[in-house]
Design a protein around this ligand. Structure first.
Ligand code: TPP
Ligand code: SF4
Ligand code: MG
Length: 341
């Protein structure tokens, strides 16, 4: 008989799964779905309090394959940010996990994406970044590197958009990058993102095995492994676990998240400080120039207020307020009208 281990709210890992995947075997997106399942199970999150949001693409299909008991909204291509903004304004008690693609985000959805970042809508925004439009058969996307080759051998002649650098410039206060072939790092960063209050942008290089995993591609498993520059070893300590200091001064850095959890960043010899915006932007630029692919927590600022805090919304979700709390009385309306005469 199979044994099951229940988490703190009495759920088994299977309770966090979705339908069987229809994506290609070996697609990076499947690995990310597995890590979302693992992170939510480990953190004992209530699936009924999570909303999954996406646009259109193979990546945007993937929310069907995790958290089958959660709410979900599969929006129009590139329009997930508007749906997410509405959902979080209607019910700020939900935990929003958005999954998008590099095409969905950096081309058709760019206009919506930049305003989501500016507003700091509280949600995780995962970009499953493969450098191509996988669903429509592998055209270059706006994140494809200059000179990288398509399967047909044709070279990309346009420069890439770095979604992490752009997000930092636009005020996003949690920016991380990882690689679908590194599940340990992906799950640690997902857990950290889940504890953040504001937009947590998580760019995950997620190879498309069907259209962009060949020699000459800069988003293949091999290229990512060969060119990865890891900023630090990451571990996540949830708020319900005791913090042990098991490192020497200068060896690691703890960053406290909004919910009281901690991210522990064990320094590599580079001594990187993710709370410095200029260091983050300079490091991204340097890595881009030297064709290195930077992974880890690139930037964090836990002091910036999210959109709902700025709006000073009531604590109760707007969607649950009774009619008398959302509609002015006849007397109040009369007074307003009288003031306009
Ligand atoms: C309005 C509109 N324009 C174009 C399309 C065609 N289309 C579907 S998915 C897609 C791109 C998907 O690429 P990406 O977001 O990178 O996802 P991937 O499949 O690579 O995971 C495009 C252009 C569409 N569905 N709707
Ligand atoms: S076409 Fe590419 S992105 Fe789409 S499921 Fe297959 S491997 Fe994944
Ligand atoms: Mg893509």
């Amino acid at each position: 008989m199979a044994t099951t281990t229940l988490n703190l709210i009495g759920l088994d890992k299977a309770d966090y799964k979705g339908r069987p995947t229809t994506l290609c075997q070996g697609c990076g997106h499947n690995s990310i779905s597995s890590q979302i399942i693992a992170a939510c199970y480990d953190l004992s999150l209530d699936p009924a309090k999570i909303i999954k949001l996406s646009g259109i693409g193979c990546s945007s299909k993937s929310p069907a394959y995790f958290l089958g008991r959660s709410h979900g909204f599969n929006g129009v291509h590139g329009r997930m940010p508007a749906v997410a903004t509405g959902a979080m304004l209607a019910n700020q008690h939900l935990l929003a996990i958005g999954v998008s693609g590099d095409g969905d985000t950096a081309s058709i959805g760019m206009g919506q994406f930049v305003h989501l970042l500016r507003r700091n809508i509280p949600m995780i925004y995962v970009i499953e970044n493969n450098g191509v439009y996988g669903l429509t058969k592998g055209q270059f996307s706006a994140t494809a590197d200059l000179g990288s080759k398509a399967k047909s051998g044709v070279a990309n002649d346009l420069p890439p958009i770095d979604v992490c650098a752009m997000a930092i410039e636009l005020g996003c206060n949690f920016v991380a990058r990882s690689f679908a072939g590194d599940p340990k790092q992906v799950v640690a960063l997902l857990k950290a993102a889940l504890g953040h209050k504001g937009t947590a942008l998580f760019d995950v290089i997620s190879p498309c095995v069907t259209f962009n995993n060949h020699d000459g591609s800069t988003k293949s498993y091999k290229y990512a492994k060969d060119h990865e520059e890891m900023l630090h070893e990451i571990s996540y300590i949830p708020f319900f676990e005791q913090i042990n200091v098991d490192y020497q001064d200068g060896e690691a850095k703890d960053v406290q998240l909004h919910d009281g959890s901690h991210i522990r960043l064990r320094k590599t010899d580079k001594g990187y400080d993710p709370t410095s915006k200029s260091e983050a932007l300079n490091t991204l630029r340097r890595c881009h120039e030297s064709n290195e692919f930077l992974t880890g927590l690139i930037y964090i600022d836990e002091t910036k207020p999210d959109f709902l805090t700025l709006l000073n919304t009531v604590d109760d979700p707007l969607a649950t307020l009774p009619q008398e709390r959302v509609q002015p009385s006849a007397g109040d309306l009369h007074e307003i009208m009288a003031g306009l005469m």
